[in-house]
Design a protein around this ligand. Structure first.
Ligand SMILES: NC(=O)c1ccc[n+]([C@@H]2O[C@H](COP(=O)([O-])OP(=O)(O)OC[C@H]3O[C@@H](n4cnc5c(N)ncnc54)[C@H](O)[C@@H]3O)[C@@H](O)[C@H]2O)c1
Length: 246
């Protein structure tokens, strides 16, 4: 690995927004470390130059082992993309109907996950004197999604985690920003978006008239990861076709 290579670590890179982000960052010249529950998908996303392994972001031992192996293999981490996330299954709806186990699972992946990942990666970035943590939150962290109590709560927390890192690590040369997508068409949302009537209902509420593609979100991550916006930290960048502007 030569010094001119920048290294990005992407969680949940096997599917959807994470996969589109991996493809974009490879095209941008990054060498990738990709972790996902889906090991084969992570390997495909990382490409021949990258490092890939099975990773459960909610599990401390899994996270610590993955980050240690990625640093041993690639030498540094310039960008961490906290992307892995879940909405919870169909029982995770309004608050009083949400099973405690499902609540805990959503919070574990969407909040404990970025916490554990950032906790493992920040010492590496502090030692480098530079780094950028990019957390894929959601507009659900800013406005409430109806019938998605656990998810909405978790994304609000993820957003605050991103801001907390921005404040605490700025003097170490580390920036932290959150990306807040509106609805994007990925395997997470296809159960709704593949039903034409449901898709129509959703798109009728979006000023630009369409849901995002995973590439639309990856474009924003690519710009952030490029360091061109080097004065930006602690920001919550909304990319939602105008959904939250209405
Ligand atoms: N799709 C949307 O409309 C949308 C909107 C706003 C925000 N987001 C956020 O974007 C991120 C990516 O969502 P997506 O739509 O691409 O989802 P997706 O379901 O297509 O992909 C998620 C990936 O994360 C992996 N993953 C899940 N749990 C994991 C864990 N514990 N450890 C490691 N990997 C794990 C999955 O295996 C999968 O590869 C999530 O954080 C999601 O909340 C999505």
């Amino acid at each position: 690995m030569t010094a001119e290579h920048r290294v990005a670590l992407v969680t949940g890179g096997a599917s959807g927004i994470g996969l589109a982000t991996c493809r974009r960052l490879v095209a941008d010249g990054f060498v990738l470390a990709v972790g996902d529950l889906d090991a084969n998908g992570a390997t495909d996303a990382a490409g021949p130059q990258g490092y890939a392994a099975v990773l459960d972001v909610a599990d401390e031992a899994s996270v610590d082992a993955f980050v240690a192996a990625a640093v041993a293999k690639l030498g540094r981490i310039d960008v961490l993309v906290n992307n892995a996330g879940i909405t919870g299954d169909r029982t995770a709806t309004v608050l009083h109907s949400t099973p405690v186990t499902e609540w805990d699972r959503v919070i574990a992946v969407n909040v404990r996950g970025p916490f554990l990942m950032s906790r493992a990666v920040l010492p590496v970035m502090v030692a480098q004197g530079s780094g950028h943590v990019i957390t894929i939150a959601s507009v659900a962290g800013q406005v409430a999604f109806p019938g998605r109590s656990a998810y909405t709560t978790s994304k609000g927390a993820a957003l605050q985690l991103a801001r907390s890192i921005a404040v605490d690590y700025a003097t170490s040369g580390i920036r932290s920003n959150a990306v807040c997508p509106g609805m994007a068409h990925t395997p997470m949302t296809s159960w709704r978006l593949d039903v034409p009537e449901l898709r129509e209902q959703i798109e009728a509420r979006i000023p630009l008239g369409t849901v995002a593609s995973p590439d639309d979100v990856a474009d924003l991550v690519s710009v952030l990861a490029s360091d061109r916006l080097h004065y930006m930290t602690g920001a919550a960048l909304v990319i939602d076709g105008g959904y939250t502007t209405l």
